[in-house]
Ligand binder design. Structure first.
Ligand code: PRX
Length: 630
């Protein structure tokens, strides 16, 4: 694949990608392995919406990630697994070994009756088996739905049921830091509510005592023992569904964002190579979990498509101490390091003494993803981790976009702290005002939309195309609406300012306020809840819940503890509110709509100017909330 080498080159490539998008992407796609080339590069309309890339072509993603490297780099390490406990030895898998494991597991899936188009749920910790299971699904045309192992049993069962998964793959248990998570137990609870699941495959990771339901539950190691390591990759048409990944929106249940095979493959491969300016033989360390889109595109698929060595780290940044990331970088001579601003901000609180004992000289490129990075964190990262030698790529994208859309190209794009800078080739951003008019020129701000398809974009919400259309293509006709606000500076550089809808980004995790409100409302003493975000030094945004209760609450501390436990049980502990205030009422308009704008101001501690409150049903309620603010 052609790599962008200079800023001039970027400008030229960008121009070409806008003027002749089909020719541009056809040339990129030429570098992948196809059993049949496409009949047309792109067919699209954003009204339906319908988007097809490389229609008529046949390929297989697992073949592109593994088989095609066997001859040239079969003995090179594909995956380095770094365990939670640094005293345990790390593991490596070469491309050849990965091939064997993926083929075996693909045959296991086939033996259990999994066919093309069937959905397989993966609920695994950060172990190579997660990547093996994903690649095995891709190999036989099954659709994987990875659920982050921090989600609770009810979130897991909701996701399984929404896409009617046939099979669940999990592990006995995992340690994250000192905390043990009994995955199989959580899965067991979920499995009481999931009639579509025929089997549950369990990987024995920690030798934990667990219950195995005869016939339904099967051990991974028993299944792979006697199967063949030969499994030809199934050639699938370009638009064949590849995976579903659930993500939160402003309203309703999480959406099953669907990605299809060829476009996603081309986009993940192209963006990995270019954004990080990846060079042959380098070691790439993405700290994201495989349960999120970053783990899909830049821990598994992007690096493997490029024949890179990718690190899968099971632990957390602060165990056994806050130098753990840097130990991993030092130990495995990491060249490219990709993490979330929240991790940087949390490590920043420990100071810089730790860096004296770590050798980070292998680092060449740094990246961030998931939320805006504040200037202070950017400089801290640049100075202490990158020793002022490594470019930082602030990559903006979303679960729905499949890959990075706006980002510097490492070593090529001039950087500007806290700016995602410029669109990648093929990406046509537009800022729209509240009347839906595109804002031209520089030094402007608006709602970020994309006006032309790119190969990695999501094609639908699984089982609900109308929801897909309404969420992303109805706010502004002819545009994909991202839900983010954005500024374009005097040089045309983009700075993402945050969500403009009711989605809150907590430590880079995207959480819909509606979901948390529903979970809190299940508490027996709670009548109604409104959750808003507020600025948080480490998490970026924290969650502030205003709750109306039945009668007088004897002990508010007990109530708070119970509400947090409720959210952990319904969603997962990462979604627990930071602040919970009991209020006599919520500021509502006469039509019953909660005025979140007012609650946001109170949560931010900015109560001086709450704007016009005269249209409220009960303006006095605002005073009461203000007086009790935490
Ligand atoms: O608000 C933007 C924020 O994260 C949202 C997407 O979240 P998710 O689908 O979970 O994917 C996260 C990983 C790609 C976006 O709508 N976001 C992501 N990257 C950035 C960002 N905000 C500012 N700067 C970024 N670099």
């Amino acid at each position: 694949m052609k790599q962008i080498s200079t800023f001039e080159d970027y400008l030229q490539q960008y121009q070409l990608s806008i003027e002749e998008p089909e020719a541009f992407w056809a040339e990129v796609a030429d570098d992948f392995v196809w059993s049949k080339k496409w009949a047309s590069v792109l067919e699209w309309n954003f009204a339906e919406p319908s988007v097809k890339w490389f229609s008529g072509a046949f390929t297989n993603l697992s073949e592109n990630c593994i088989d095609r490297h066997l001859e040239t780099r079969g003995n090179q390490t594909a995956i380095i697994w770094e365990p939670n406990d640094p005293n345990e030895s790390f593991k490596t898998l070469t491309y050849k070994e990965l091939h064997t494991e993926v083929c075996r597991f693909a045959n296991v899936l086939k033996n259990l009756g999994v066919k093309q188009g069937d959905r397989v749920c993966i609920y695994l910790p950060m172990i190579p088996e997660a990547a093996i299971a994903m690649l095995a699904c891709a190999r036989i045309g099954a659709i994987h739905s990875v659920v982050f192992a921090g989600f609770s049993s009810s979130s897991l069962s909701d996701r399984i049921n929404d896409s009617q998964c046939l099979l669940l793959i999990t592990a006995d248990a995992v340690y994250r830091g000192e905390k043990k998570i009994d995955l199989k137990k959580i899965a067991d609870d979920a499995l009481t509510q999931t009639p579509s699941i025929k089997n549950c495959i369990v990987y024995n990771h920690r030798n934990t005592e667990i219950s195995m339901l005869p016939e339904r539950d099967l051990w991974w190691h028993n299944l792979v023992k006697d199967v063949s390591a030969e499994c030809p990759p199934l050639q699938v048409e370009a638009e064949t569904p590849l995976f579903i990944l659930y993500t939160s929106g402003s309203t309703g249940k999480p959406k099953g964002v669907l990605h299809t095979t060829a476009g996603y493959m081309v986009y993940a491969g192209y963006t990995f190579l270019n954004v990080f300016n990846y060079r042959e033989g380098e070691v790439f360390f993405c700290t994201a979990d495989v349960g999120w889109v970053t783990g899909h595109s830049y821990l598994v698929y992007g690096p493997l498509l490029n024949g890179a060595t990718t690190i899968m780290f099971e632990g957390i940044p602060t165990y056994p101490d806050h130098g753990r990331f840097w130990d991993v970088v030092d130990k495995h001579r990491v060249n490219i390091f990709y993490t979330a601003p929240t991790a940087i901000r949390s490590l920043e609180t420990y100071g810089t003494a730790i860096f004296k004992t770590k050798d980070l000289s292998s680092l060449r490129v740094l990246g961030t993803v998931g939320e805006p990075i504040n200037e202070e964190a950017w400089h801290w990262y640049h100075q202490n981790v990158g020793k002022e030698q490594c470019p930082i790529v602030d990559t903006w994208w979303q679960t729905e976009t499949g890959g990075i859309l706006i980002s510097p190209i490492a070593g090529v794009t001039p950087l500007k702290p806290s700016f995602a800078t410029l669109p990648l080739p093929g990406v046509q951003p537009a800022l729209l005002d509240s009347d839906g008019i595109e804002i031209s020129g520089n030094s402007v701000e608006g709602n970020l939309c994309i006006k032309f398809p790119w190969p990695g974009m999501s094609r639908t919400v699984y089982g609900n195309h109308e929801r897909f259309r309404q969420t992303y293509f109805s706010a502004y006709m002819g545009y994909y609406f991202t839900g983010d606000g954005c500024r374009r500076d005097e040089n045309g550089y983009y700075r993402i300012t945050g969500r403009v809808d009711d989605v809150i980004n907590v430590s880079g995790h995207r959480i819909g306020t509606g979901e948390i409100e529903d979970a809190i409302d299940e508490h027996q003493s709670v009548i109604e809840t409104a959750v808003v975000g507020f600025p948080h030094d480490v998490k970026g945004q924290g969650l502030y819940a205003f709750v109306i209760c039945t009668g007088k609450i004897e002990d508010e501390e007990v109530l708070r503890t119970e509400i947090k436990a409720m959210v952990s049980e319904k969603i997962g502990s990462f979604a627990r509110p930071d602040k919970i205030q009991v209020v006599p009422g919520l500021p509502k308009t006469r039509s019953g709509k909660i005025m979140r704008r007012i609650l946001r101001k109170i949560a931010e501690g900015d109560t001086g100017n709450l704007g016009d409150t005269t249209t409220l049903l009960d303006p006095l309620v605002v005073e009461a909330i203000k007086n009790g603010a935490l």
